[in-house]
Ligand binder design. Structure first.
Ligand code: GDP
Ligand code: MN
Length: 388
């Protein structure tokens, strides 16, 4: 789960990470109210969307007064912002963050994420702030300083200081930087974040170390123990179909092919996508109905696939374990509302109650291709692909 910059900054403030003073605004009137609570002078108005690269796309506006901030907000609110991270469709701005402007002496990068190779959290910093870290890694790899954090001890003070030193900080600025890193790590750990990224982290002319931008992604598998964080989810940022699936425990991802697909378990779903590809087709979606899918989940999965007008056929690959064949069959009929599917459905159904499932489908009188085994199903898919 991702959250907005203003929400990430509110969380980080609780962990003692300095951020500019400011607040979120959802209307021009809100901007006036927020502006009145800030020091007079320069302000920055920042589009709140779940994507970076806003600066270059015109989503970050520096202004000289509250009046100008209102104008900037008026032009951003309701507008669609296209950045390298939004995709070609862009994202609609529903809120802006209005902040006091920090006089920047230098921009840095700081980020914590899981390093799978060492199986540790990695805190990395760079003197090259502002640009994305992939670009930094390519152009200035020597500027990146990393610490792989031993989970038994957590980030150590000497390691935090080494990172600050790596940024070229010294004196009280080095200690301020080290304190920020300690606090970022604490926030990351306690919030079960999979990523905490501050880009740019800045040194102000007064020598303070401040998070000017903030991005936090949470580990979805740990959200059950952070009920308060769930409230931060902005549903306008999420694909409505993907949301419908995830709200009942399934994983649905829209793709651009023509073969709709459903499988139980992420591993089998990925294998099924490979099979479709191998047969010369392209998957229209990824759908893992989960190992313990109910009739209603299967029905909703069927509806989600059929809503895509590009779908020319559906491949259902179910290995019945906890998910029984009869449940699959009933769910499928429920999703089809008892009517014949507008596109061919090819099914590989094995495991628990597979025969009962087949019987239910036969009794429905509707057309399904229920393959005896995987190779038969694959042949049928290949045939459909050839006919397209
Ligand atoms: P992103 O482009 O979506 O990552 O948005 P950022 O929040 O990182 O802002 C982009 C750039 O705008 C930063 O790298 C800064 O150069 C500039 N910027 C943002 N906030 C401030 C601010 O308070 N003061 C100044 N001087 N520049 C800012
Ligand atoms: Mn940024």
């Amino acid at each position: 789960m991702n959250i907005h910059e203003f929400q990430a900054k509110e969380l980080l403030r609780r962990y003692g990470v300095p951020t500019p003073k400011g607040s979120v605004a959802r209307s021009v009137e809100d901007v006036a109210r927020v502006g009145a609570s800030l020091a007079p002078g320069k302000l920055v108005v920042k589009a709140q969307i779940h994507a970076g690269g806003r600066g270059k796309a015109g989503g970050v506006k520096l202004v000289n007064s509250v009046e100008e901030a209102k104008e900037a907000a008026a032009s951003l609110l309701g507008a669609t912002l296209i950045t390298p991270q939004t995709g070609p469709g862009g994202k609609v701005v529903h809120a802006v963050l209005v902040e006091e402007v920090a006089p920047i002496a230098k921009e840095y990068y700081a980020g914590i994420t899981l390093d799978r190779e060492s199986r540790r959290m990695c805190l990395m910093v760079s003197r090259e702030g502002g640009m994305n870290i992939e670009e930094v890694a390519e152009k200035f790899p020597e500027s990146i300083v990393k610490v792989f954090i031993d989970p038994r001890f957590g980030l150590q003070t000497f390691e935090a200081r080494a990172l600050a030193e790596g940024l070229g900080l010294s004196g009280k600025e080095l200690f301020a930087g080290a304190a920020v890193f300690m606090n970022l790590y604490k926030a990351c750990l306690e919030l079960d974040a999979s990523l905490v990224e501050i880009n740019p982290l800045v040194r102000t002319e007064a020598g303070a170390i401040v998070a000017l931008d903030a991005k936090i992604s949470f580990d979805d598998s740990a959200l059950f123990r952070h009920k308060d964080l769930l409230e931060l989810e902005d549903l306008t940022e999420i694909d409505p179909q993907e949301y419908r699936a995830s709200s009942i425990g399934m994983k649905f991802i829209k793709l651009d092919g023509t073969i709709g697909m459903m499988a139980n378990g992420a591993g089998l779903a990925m294998t099924t996508m490979d099979i479709i590809q191998q047969m010369g087709g392209r998957a229209a979606n990824f759908l893992d109905v989960s190992g313990g899918a109910s009739e209603e989940m299967i029905a909703e999965g069927t509806r989600l696939i059929l809503e895509d007008p590009r779908v020319k056929a559906i491949f259902i690959n179910i290995f019945g374990g906890i998910l029984r064949g009869d449940i699959l069959a009933r769910g499928l009929l429920m999703g089809l509302e008892g009517k014949a599917s507008p596109v061919p459905i090819v099914m590989r159904l094995v495991g628990t109650n597979a025969e009962e499932g087949r019987q239910i489908l036969r009794d429905s009188g509707l057309p399904f291709t229920v393959a005896e085994n995987l190779s038969q199903a694959m042949e049928r898919i290949a045939e459909i692909v050839r006919q397209q």
